[in-house]
Design a protein around this ligand. Structure first.
Ligand code: NAP
Length: 271
């Protein structure tokens, strides 16, 4: 967890509001995951976040799932309340809130999602809720994209396709879409010079969001800006999803600006 900046974000918010909570990140081995979840419950923790590879695996330990988590069968936030554990997916609201300023452009849109993991499914549900008509997943592993597409087609009630990603097919199709979301780690620090798309492959006036938040302006967003697209940083999503988790754990309004400043300061450590 040495790259997680969630402790910085949440602890800044707890300190700002003088709350007696602390957020600690742990690396948990796969064969210890069950024990880790039980341990948190036994210790009386208020809740926890899970990230890859545990967003699906945690579901079996939970007593109840919120609708978004149920729809995409993935949980990133758990609330522990009187011995019961409730699962939520705040990534979905994180994407919705990050894209909200462009809501009018998203109604009826055709979206391309790069990746077919947990972030990609959260993005697809968010886009469906924002009125998007069609989502295409492209993934390095073609079977993953096809499997995710057929899983979500029935659940999202919009048109969903999935196929394998290659440089040549991406450059041929990317301009057909007016929304593009990167849900792969490509471009993440320290590989900050990488991007799956170049400016020539991005439609002017389209909305391009990168889930990667470190750096806040990724190479993909730099290319998108040059192409005349509207750029949405993964940092916005990160803060909004963290704010939703904070609300679930504390029932208080999150201090968004404090959380964002803490995130920017923490990202500065990596440069
Ligand atoms: P995931 O479940 O592991 O999925 C990652 C996807 O990216 C998979 O489809 C994977 O393909 C693909 N991929 C990995 N490396 C690639 C490469 N070099 N080239 C092309 N495709 C590649 O991960 P996730 O949870 O969806 O997260 C994806 C990214 O979003 C991460 O960078 C994560 O930090 C970010 N994220 C950000 C937020 C936020 O709040 N901003 C929230 C969630 C996730 P294969 O399966 O074929 O390897």
């Amino acid at each position: 967890m040495k790259h997680s900046i969630s402790p910085d974000i949440h602890n800044a918010a707890f300190n700002h509001l003088n709350l007696n909570y602390t957020y600690i990140a742990f690396d948990v081995k796969e064969n210890e995951f069950r024990a880790a979840v039980r341990g948190l419950k036994a210790l009386g923790a208020a809740g926890f976040n899970v990230t890859i590879p545990y967003k699906q695996k945690v579901v079996r330990f939970l007593d109840k799932l919120a609708d978004d988590a149920k729809t995409i069968k993935a949980v990133n936030t758990v609330v522990i309340d009187k011995d019961r554990m409730f699962g939520y997916n705040t990534d979905v609201l994180g994407v919705i809130k990050a894209l909200m300023p462009y809501k009018d452009m998203l109604s009826g849109c055709e979206a391309l999602i790069l990746g077919a993991g947990g972030g990609a499914s959260a993005a697809a549900l968010a886009l469906a809720r924002l009125g998007c008509n069609h989502v295409t997943f492209v993934s390095r592993t073609p079977s993953k994209a096809r499997r995710l597409a057929s899983f979500l087609r029935r659940r999202l009630k919009i048109s969903v396709k999935g196929f394998g990603l290659s440089t040549s097919n991406l450059s041929a199709i990317a301009k057909d879409y007016n929304v593009i979301i990167n849900a792969t780690p490509v471009g993440m620090w320290p590989n900050s010079s990488h991007s799956l798309l170049k400016k020539e492959q991005i439609r002017s006036g389209s909305v391009v969001m990168d889930m990667v938040y470190n750096p806040p302006e990724t190479m993909l967003l730099k290319e998108a800006k040059l192409a005349g697209a509207i750029c949405v940083s993964g940092l916005d999503m990160l803060i909004f999803q963290a704010a939703e988790s904070f609300k679930l754990w504390t029932s208080l309004e999150p201090p968004i600006e404090v959380m964002k400043s803490a995130a920017i300061e923490a990202i500065g450590r990596f440069v």
